[in-house]
Design a protein around this ligand. Structure first.
Ligand code: DX5
Ligand code: ZN
Length: 220
């Protein structure tokens, strides 16, 4: 039904000079996961971070690491991300000819599998894979940068994918990523999202823990 109301703060918006402090704050918070955005400068026009930062996050975070790979050739790296402490590993369907090899490697490492698509890729392309993955991640901004404006037609995509999952009796989770804030979060959960990624609206808030509660719909 999509009422899990999971929040996955994106560490991309954290202060990397105080990464440990920011991760501890998430540990204390009501967030369920920690979202880890990996960008290679090829699949997206930006470079974020790689394994050394993953190692810090593994050491410091008490929340499962929800890894979002924005890279070409994910099959070359998914095992290393699993070994570096990922709980779930997601990659872009449009980055590969066939997602099966990377999905197989992720599963073999005991991690959750996730497939994602950018806003300009028809969500219909995810449908054949709904029964093959633990989660689908619908991008509500173009992958590459934090702090972008939420794309409104995401609601109808969430509703559509929710319908397909429910119709097939699957337990696949729906996650939404990009421009999520206290205004659109309740609407996304209502549309059928299980998990929301939030970078700026959490880490750039004057009270991030309270911001997480608001996203979950707990505090007013
Ligand atoms: C965008 C990333 C997002 C981003 C979210 O490429 O995948 O996870 O960090 O940040 P906000 O919430 O600021 O849009
Ligand atoms: Zn992301």
């Amino acid at each position: 039904m999509g009422s899990n109301r999971i929040i996955s703060p994106s560490v991309l918006a954290a202060d990397f000079g105080h990464l440990s402090r920011d991760v501890q704050m998430i540990n204390r918070s009501a967030a369920e996961w920690l979202h880890v955005d990996v960008m290679d400068g090829v699949f997206v026009p930006n470079i974020s971070f790689g394994f050394p930062v993953m190692e810090v996050l593994r050491r410091e975070s008490s929340k499962p690491l929800d890894v979002h790979l924005m890279i070409t050739h994910p099959e070359r790296y998914v095992e290393r991300f699993a070994d570096a402490g990922a709980w779930s590993v997601g990659f872009h369907l449009e980055a590969v000819d066939d997602p099966r090899p990377a999905l197989q490697l992720i599963r073999a490492k005991g991690c959750r599998t996730c497939l994602t698509v950018n806003p300009d890729i028809a969500v219909g392309r995810l449908l054949p894979w709904l029964g093959e993955v633990d989660m689908v991640l619908l991008m509500s901004v173009f992958a590459g940068f934090g702090g972008q404006r939420f794309i409104e037609d995401t609601y109808q995509k969430v509703r559509f994918v929710r319908q397909q999952i429910d119709r097939q009796g699957l337990t696949t989770l729906i996650e939404v990523d990009g421009g999520v804030n206290a205004q659109n979060a309740p609407l996304l959960f209502e549309a059928g999202a299980d998990a929301l990624v939030a970078g700026s609206s959490v880490f750039h808030s004057s009270d991030p823990e309270q911001a997480i509660l608001k996203l979950k719909g707990i505090a007013g």
